[in-house]
Design a protein around this ligand. Structure first.
Ligand SMILES: *[C@@H]1O[C@H](CO)[C@@H](O)[C@H](O)[C@H]1NC(C)=O
Ligand SMILES: *[C@@H]1O[C@H](CO)[C@@H](O)[C@H](O)[C@H]1NC(C)=O
Ligand SMILES: *[C@@H]1O[C@H](CO)[C@@H](O)[C@H](O)[C@H]1NC(C)=O
Ligand SMILES: *[C@@H]1O[C@H](CO)[C@@H](O)[C@H](O)[C@H]1NC(C)=O
Ligand SMILES: *[C@@H]1O[C@H](CO)[C@@H](O)[C@H](O)[C@H]1NC(C)=O
Ligand SMILES: *[C@@H]1O[C@H](CO)[C@@H](O)[C@H](O)[C@H]1NC(C)=O
Ligand SMILES: *[C@@H]1O[C@H](CO)[C@@H](O)[C@H](O)[C@H]1NC(C)=O
Ligand SMILES: *[C@@H]1O[C@H](CO)[C@@H](O)[C@H](O)[C@H]1NC(C)=O
Ligand SMILES: *[C@@H]1O[C@H](CO)[C@@H](O)[C@H](O)[C@H]1NC(C)=O
Length: 314
């Protein structure tokens, strides 16, 4: 799948659901807080002025859609607040389906269903690798929720809602550390773990996915005060090992961890263990940052730097 670096005013994420032939147009989606979700077509065969076109939009994704992800032909979106109505202090989660009409050149999204995100400030959602679970992180409500997904992609009632706590404020400025702030809830490539960087508490909470109905917090990584962990991404090394890259918002660092787990079977009831350690030195590794830029990390060079600017803009 091709990766595009796109920056749109007041937009946050994009998701591209289908791997595509080299020369056929790519569809992708942008969560635009002011509007809803835009469907965009990128045709690499066209010139720079005509290669991008808006093919649809939906306003059925709640108030201030904040993050998008995709699984097969389904798009999942989380909104910031006002779900289901303006008196609610919770975000919403939305399952949407592509409704492409090639003859008209449109690609609108149809709403399948929606549920509460179980907290204020819906900010991130993710589908487990096997497509059976959906996660939600609520940055202002200090909560994380997990939902079953039906084979048809419908979001069920939350099976778990976890509350994060903060015993004392951290040194971060601008109210960045006055409460627990789960910033992301992402499944690792094996689907055995749900990883939640918590900016406010300088911790990364690791949940063990033992079965669909048995998800427990097993571990936390404690970072130095004022780190502000924000997003993690993974690179799978083999069936039992991944590298985890953690980007932190307050000290502007990327940290690298090794995530090992015991078994490689999709059987969620098997016992698993994990541990974290630095990977081998001096292996430059491509990473995808939360801002959708590709960067290279040099493990032997631990100095802090500003991430590069996105390579293309719209
Ligand atoms: C694209 O549009 C710009 C601004 O209108 C114009 O200057 C440029 O020549 C166009 N490029 C192509 C390849 O048509
Ligand atoms: C689909 O999207 C197009 C482009 O934004 C819009 O003109 C059209 O009204 C939409 N159709 C439906 C059925 O929502
Ligand atoms: C936060 O506190 C609540 C209530 O005491 C507790 O149930 C929950 O497990 C705590 N959360 C974490 C992540 O430790
Ligand atoms: C705090 O927020 C203000 C207003 O957004 C901004 O100008 C300032 O740079 C921020 N300070 C820090 C330390 O991030
Ligand atoms: C975090 O992990 C440490 C041990 O590494 C443990 O003492 C502590 O209770 C954990 N905190 C939470 C909130 O789970
Ligand atoms: C994965 O790689 C690690 C490090 O090289 C190795 O120890 C482990 O045995 C490998 N696991 C599998 C299933 O190949
Ligand atoms: C999953 O593991 C449990 C416990 O080891 C075992 O009883 C069960 O048969 C396994 N299920 C599958 C589908 O392999
Ligand atoms: C990685 O960083 C170290 C220390 O700054 C430097 O000596 C080395 O040349 C760098 N390696 C690459 C591949 O850039
Ligand atoms: C970078 O690594 C060196 C050697 O391990 C260590 O002495 C130094 O404190 C590290 N710097 C930072 C900013 O972590």
């Amino acid at each position: 799948m091709k990766t595009l670096a796109i920056l749109l005013a007041a937009s946050t994420t994009l998701a591209a659901p289908y791997p595509s032939n080299q020369n056929s147009p790519l569809n992708f989606y942008v969560a635009l807080q002011s509007t809803g979700i835009l469907s965009i077509s990128f045709d690499p065969a066209q010139d720079v002025n005509t290669s991008l076109s808006i093919t649809g939009y939906t306003t059925n994704a709640g108030y201030h859609p904040d993050w998008l992800t995709s699984h097969n032909d389904k798009i999942y979106s989380i909104s910031r607040t006002n779900y289901p109505g303006t008196t609610s202090g919770s975000g919403g989660l939305f399952a949407l389906e592509e409704q492409s009409t090639p003859s008209l050149g449109t690609n609108n999204l149809t709403l399948l269903n929606s549920v509460s995100s179980h907290g204020l400030g819906g900010i991130h959602c993710d589908v487990s690798p096997d497509g059976t679970l959906l996660s939600a992180a609520n940055i202002d409500g200090s909560s994380v929720a997990v939902y079953p997904l039906s084979p048809a992609g419908i979001i069920g009632d939350a099976s778990h809602v976890f509350k994060h706590n903060l015993t004392q404020p951290g040194p971060g400025t601008n109210e960045s550390q006055i409460q627990a702030n789960p910033h992301q809830a992402i499944f690792d490539p094996s689907g055995n773990f749900l990883v939640v960087p918590d900016r406010g508490s300088d911790r990364v909470y690791i949940y063990s996915v033992n079965s669909h109905n048995n998800i427990i917090q097993t571990l936390n990584l404690t970072l130095p005060p004022g780190t502000g962990p924000r997003h993690a991404t993974f690179r799978q090394v083999n069936a039992t090992r991944s590298w985890m890259y953690l980007v932190s918002e307050l000290d502007n660092t990327v940290r690298v961890y090794t995530l090992d787990h015991e078994d490689q079977s999709p059987n969620h009831s098997s016992k698993r263990t994990s541990w974290f350690q630095p990977p081998p030195a001096s292996t430059p590794t491509p990473i995808l940052t939360p801002h959708q830029t590709i960067s290279t990390l040099n493990h032997t060079d631990n100095t802090t730097r500003t991430p590069p600017k996105p390579r293309s803009r719209v």
